[in-house]
Design a protein around this ligand. Structure first.
Ligand SMILES: [Mg+2]
Length: 386
């Protein structure tokens, strides 16, 4: 079997890629970035990938791995890795989790994430019913300081949509953040764990004061306080200073590409929880390797995920079912939009009691209803399924 084409179309908000082969088996995935980037990059990727054997996943991915980088530049390499596993699974008649060594759990825990959509503690509680863990975006991550004056020292304008996104807090700003987390936890009680997506952009001193003040709440984690998300690097030394100064678990890693870039964080035990995204870190096998290495260092993993894209969800279900016992949950909003009828294979409802059941269908476990999916294609993508 050989790769004959790599195509891209936007279906709902995400670019979906299709790796086409000469044996009628296709692999699908999604890119967590914008279609113009994918379209511009595809000629280069095609020049390397066409003619290669898609079921030799590792060999094929090694030929394109150098084209990636920290988020979002690893997104296309990662998406192709996932699509190759989809092909390998379909060719073998096995789900991807069997190819990765087999699943360790039949259902996977997810945590509720509303992005910045939950405006109040009450809304978070209402939106999190049925989940066991919920995450709330605050501080620089939530764009909160754009609406509040007197909460930050800095006045740097990060540009459209980003506002103030880095710098020291005022005493009032720090106290406001602490009171907010206490109000959230009071609403959730001890039946739903609370994680906070905080930044990046805090100073180390503010981050330490914040984490220590929250210790009585036994939070799941504080995410991306210093670097992460919008910063294309990581700082193991700063994270280790933060982590060793508090009992509140510290989390980062959604922007990191490849295992090499997790090495210092893990070996120095600089964080308590890592959060790679399979569609940014280099793919499913890459994420599994990192999870295993983290487990040896007593570091947990709570993989990042975005939105409601079908193939990102399917990828997270497959790999999360195979991770060791340091797995906490993967990030997932409350979903089941009507347009999910463009595929077959997802459980319905997707999330039951805060978990997703792992299927045994080949590959990623989802198959397009092509006619239904075609209705979402824009005019310049109409040949996507041809
Ligand atoms: Mg995050």
């Amino acid at each position: 079997m050989k790769i004959t084409d790599v195509r891209c179309a936007t279906i709902k908000q995400y670019p979906v890629i299709r790796v086409v082969t000469d044996e009628g088996i296709d692999g699908f995935s999604q890119v967590e970035f914008y279609k113009p980037y994918v379209k511009a990059q595809l000629p280069l990727y095609r020049s390397i990938l066409l003619g290669q054997k898609p079921t030799e996943v590792e060999r094929t991915v090694r030929s394109i791995r150098k084209l990636g980088g920290f988020k979002p530049w690893g997104s296309l390499v990662s998406a192709i890795e996932v699509a190759l596993w989809d092909i390998a699974g379909k060719a073998a008649g096995l789900p991807i989790h069997r190819l990765l060594g087999g699943k360790l759990r039949d259902r996977v825990r997810v945590y509720n994430t509303g992005g910045v959509g939950y405006a109040s503690p009450t809304e978070l509680r209402q939106g999190s019913e049925g989940f066991t863990i919920a995450k709330y975006a605050t501080a620089y991550h939530g764009g909160e300081f754009e609406k509040l004056s007197g909460h930050t020292i800095g006045d740097w304008d990060g540009g459209p949509g980003r506002g103030i996104n880095r710098g020291p807090l005022t005493e009032r700003g720090l106290q406001h953040q602490i009171e907010k987390v206490y109000a959230l936890k009071e609403q959730l009680g001890d039946g739903i764990g609370l994680a906070m997506d905080c930044g990046p952009g805090w100073t180390l001193a503010d981050a330490i004061r914040f984490a220590k003040a929250l210790e009585p709440l036994n939070l799941m984690w504080l995410e991306d306080l210093i670097t992460g998300d919008y910063s294309p690097y990581t700082s193991p030394g700063l994270y280790r200073d933060l982590t060793t100064s508090t009992t509140t678990p510290i989390h980062t890693g959604e922007q990191i590409y490849l295992r090499q870039n997790f090495m210092d964080l893990i070996e120095h035990r600089a964080v308590d929880v890592i959060g790679p995204d399979p569609l940014d870190v280099g793919g499913l096998a890459e994420l599994k390797w990192i999870a295993e290495y983290a487990d040896l260092h007593s570091i947990s993993i709570a993989p990042h995920g975005i939105g409601d894209g079908i193939f990102g969800l399917a990828a997270l279900i497959q790999v999360s079912s195979t991770l060791p016992q340091n797995f906490i949950a993967f990030e997932c909003p409350r979903i089941d939009p009507p347009w999910y009828d463009i595929v077959q294979g997802l459980p319905s409802p997707v999330i039951q009691d805060g978990f997703v059941t792992v299927g045994d269908q080949p590959g990623l476990g989802v198959v397009f209803n092509v006619e239904a999916a075609k209705s979402y294609l824009s005019s310049d993508d109409l040949d996507f399924f041809d």
